[in-house]
Design a protein around this ligand. Structure first.
Ligand code: SF4
Length: 119
């Protein structure tokens, strides 16, 4: 546990990719299809951030981008966040890749911890 563990945060936004399948002129993040899927932070870095956020009492985490459903680690990061005990998880998506988004989410399996109604 780090020194940060004594501090509290309620919510965290994780900009997991600058890439987007769209290229809106008003984009707040200058996202477009030619941006890279990943920048400096790798999967292990995101897990470390999620760990630290959970230790600091974070109870709401939102995955943003770019378009977060393009990121191949999204489903794993969601599972990891749940495992860390963060109860409210959101994916801020433009919805145009909703098929991709649904297939990358953990499958509904009844009352187990992967129930997608929790997102
Ligand atoms: S992240 Fe949102 S605003 Fe930016 S290009 Fe994609 S859909 Fe448009």
């Amino acid at each position: 546990m780090t020194a940060y563990a004594t501090q509290k945060i309620k919510q965290l936004w994780l900009e997991i990719t600058p890439k987007c399948n769209l290229g809106c002129v008003h984009c707040y993040a200058d996202s477009h299809p030619n941006r890279p899927l990943r920048e400096s932070l790798q999967f292990e870095d995101w897990c470390s951030i999620i760990d630290e956020a959970a230790q600091m009492g974070c109870n709401r985490l939102q995955f943003i981008g770019g378009e977060p459903t393009l990121h191949p680690d999204l489903a794993t990061l969601i599972k990891y966040s749940k495992k860390c005990g963060i109860p409210n998880l959101e994916v801020y998506t433009n919805g145009t890749a909703v098929t991709t988004a649904r297939t990358c989410m953990p499958k509904r399996t009844g009352d187990d911890e992967d129930n997608e109604d929790d997102y």
